[in-house]
Design a protein around this ligand. Structure first.
Ligand code: SF4
Ligand code: ZN
Ligand code: ZN
Length: 320
């Protein structure tokens, strides 16, 4: 079959749009879709300062390439953030790849190395605290993302969450009946004073498969291997797989869910929007101390939020 828009051979069929496209038009299709998402939800404006978290996986690398390209249309500053968790070869190759690709794009990069801040790698921390690596990783990454965006005075932190991720999280919160938790699953999350940075998800309406094909056709360098702690049997991953199966049988059902979700968002109970300041580091917290300060205190006998912020500040100063 031929491409809908030219005489070249069609290579991709997009079932929910009933579209057959050649490689070139598929690339254009994804670029236009992401730009439309950015405009529809007002995610980025001219003169913004965007910090993008890049792990080296296909979604974050795809988003990095797209956001770098879109600066030609919207004119904003883009900074890359990579967290080196110290997970053996996986972290080494991720870091090398992100560093070299960022250099190729000519963008500034901030590399936050866990071992340098806390003296331990993620596997060592998990072992010492006798906790599952992913739960420790979640607390640490969330904190470092927010702290870096705040120290950089970024307009927003961009993450590579795609449509399948969002649909998975919506269903997960729905199963748990955590209806206020659903609010954070919007494409734009507002900042709170100077303690919570705004967050944006420009791949909000892009299927995982579209991001994967885009990365492949654009020959983007990304880490193919998964983190050694990744487990296909977690609730998130099982749900995601099921959503893909349902999408195959009913094309467009996932994007339909996201669109209707956003239309109905006001009907869900609003979460508490006020945070207190962590007594140690001054960033957002639900109690006296934030989760990161509590975790690091348990690990080292001293809460490390404040020192972590100082370390990040010095990395940003080095950028000039
Ligand atoms: Fe962190 Fe790896 Fe778990 Fe992902 S799979 S949360 S990177 S430890
Ligand atoms: Zn074409
Ligand atoms: Zn703190």
């Amino acid at each position: 079959m031929k491409c809908r828009y030219c005489s070249r051979k069609g290579e991709v069929f997009i079932p929910y749009a009933r579209l057959t496209l050649c490689r070139e038009h598929f690339i254009e299709f994804v670029q236009k879709k992401v730009l439309r998402t950015i405009k529809r939800y007002n995610l980025i404006k001219s003169r913004d300062k965007i910090l993008i978290a890049v792990s080296g996986g296909k979604d974050s690398i795809t988003l990095l390439q797209l956001l770098s390209e879109m600066r030609k249309i919207i004119h904003y500053d883009l900074y890359v953030l990579h967290i080196d968790l110290g997970i053996g070869e996986y972290s080494k190759s991720s870091r090398t790849l992100v560093e070299s690709y960022t250099r190729q794009l000519g963008l500034p990069i901030i590399i936050v190395e866990l071992k340098k801040i806390l003296g331990y790698t993620l596997p060592e921390i998990a072992k010492k605290l006798k906790r599952p690596p992913c739960s420790v990783c979640g607390i640490i990454k969330r904190y470092l993302f927010n702290a870096t965006a705040i120290e950089l005075n970024a307009t927003a932190l961009a993450t590579g969450h795609n449509l399948d991720d969002i649909a998975t999280f919506i269903l997960k919160e729905f199963f748990a009946q955590n209806l206020t938790g659903i609010w954070k699953l919007q494409p734009y999350n507002e900042p709170y004073k100077d303690i919570v940075a705004a967050r944006i998800k420009p791949l909000y309406e892009t299927y995982e498969e579209e991001a994967r094909k885009y990365a492949e056709y654009m020959k983007l360098p990304y880490i193919q291997e998964k983190c050694p702690y990744y487990k296909p049997t977690t609730l998130d991953n099982v749900l995601k797989q099921k959503i893909k199966e349902i999408e195959e049988k009913f094309p467009g059902i996932t994007i339909g869910l996201i669109r209707r979700f956003m239309k109905n968002i006001e009907k869900y109970p609003k979460p508490e929007t006020s945070f207190s300041k962590c007594r140690i580091c001054g960033l957002a917290s639900n109690g006296e101390k934030c989760s990161y300060c509590k975790l690091t205190e348990k690990l080292l006998g001293e809460p490390m939020g404040h020192k972590t912020r100082e370390y990040i500040k010095s990395l940003i100063e080095e950028l000039g």
